[in-house]
Structure formats: C-alpha cells, structure tokens
Ligand binder design. Structure first.
Ligand code: ADP
Length: 152
C-alpha cells in the first residue's frame, strides 16, 4: 500500500522552511500531500487561490508531491485520502511542546495516524510565516525566505 503523508498548514505564504520539510518528506514517503487547511474564521494575508498556486509552483516537477485543501479535522482529511502519516517540522522547543501534544491527540482520535516530526535545517530555523507576514505588511522584502520563483 502507498505510504502517504499529509503536511498540513495554512502556508500564508509557503516558506523555504516548509519547502525543506516537504522535499525531505518526499524522500521518505511514496507521496506527500501539502494540505492547506481552510478556516473560515481566520483572516489570511494571501487568498486560498494564491496560497495553492505558490505551493503548486514550488513543487512543480515533483511527481510525488501534490497540493490539496481541506476543511475540518486534519485526521479526517488524512482518512479521506488514505494517508496514515502527518508530516510536521520542528524548529525549537516551543514547536516541540505544541507538536507533541497535537501528535498524541491526533493519534488518539484517529485510527493511530502517526505524526513524523522532522527537525528543521539550522539555517532555516528562524523562518516563520507569521514573522514574514509582518515584514511584508510593512513593505519589507521577504523574497529570500520564499521558494525560488514565487512572485508576491
Ligand atoms: P501554519 O501554516 O498552520 O501557520 P506553520 O507555518 O507555523 O503553520 O507551520 C506548518 C508546519 O511547518 C509546522 O509543522 C511547522 O513546524 C513547520 N515549519 C514552519 N516553518 C518551518 C521551518 N522554518 N523549518 C521547519 N519547519 C517549519
């Protein structure tokens, strides 16, 4: 059976940190699905269409990486596409606290879906969408933190 991993997030916007985790994940799994969670109460900087397009553009040419969107629980989305793994990245101890709680919860409320945590590349550990959004809103240049070729 195909080993599928879901990499969930809002990707507002996708960064070089996300890109690194997905590319490394694609070497470990048969397929990685970058899954953009749609939360109707959340305000995003980039539209869903833009965020999808940025992700598609980043991984064009990688046949085992695709992008999808979903609403609701990540584990339900995983189930709907036959994915038994969730892929996440770990930047620091804050990420660890948060990710380990969510990973155990997701395992408990699903049929044992495992979360695989990849430690960030040290040179990318400071790259964070939230911070990039602030810089961008204040007219700063964030292009070096985005995958190559993405034009905002
Ligand atoms: P959201 O998109 O839900 O706001 P994030 O962008 O914070 O969430 O993160 C989505 C996933 O990507 C998380 O697992 C996070 O740890 C990981 N991630 C984000 N930035 C990096 C980075 N620079 N290096 C490694 N992993 C990262």
């Amino acid at each position: 059976m195909k080993r599928i991993a879901v990499f969930p997030g809002s990707f507002d916007p996708i960064t070089t940190g996300h890109e690194d985790i997905v590319l490394r994940g694609a070497g470990l799994f048969d397929e990685v699905v970058v899954a953009i969670g749609v939360n109707t109460t959340k305000n995003y900087l980039f539209s869903l269409e833009q965020r999808m397009a940025f992700v598609e553009q980043t991984f064009a040419g990688h046949s085992n990486i695709r992008v999808a969107q979903y609403e609701g629980l990540t584990v339900e989305f995983c189930k709907s596409i036959g994915a038994k793994y969730i892929l996440r990245g770990l930047r620091n101890s804050n990420d660890f606290e948060y990710e380990s709680t969510i990973a155990n919860m997701n395992k408990s409320i699903s049929d044992g879906i495992e979360t695989i945590l990849l430690v960030t590349a040290p040179e990318l550990s400071h790259v964070q969408s939230t911070v990039l959004r602030e810089i961008y809103k204040n007219n700063g240049d964030i292009s070096s933190f985005l995958p190559k070729g993405i034009q905002l």
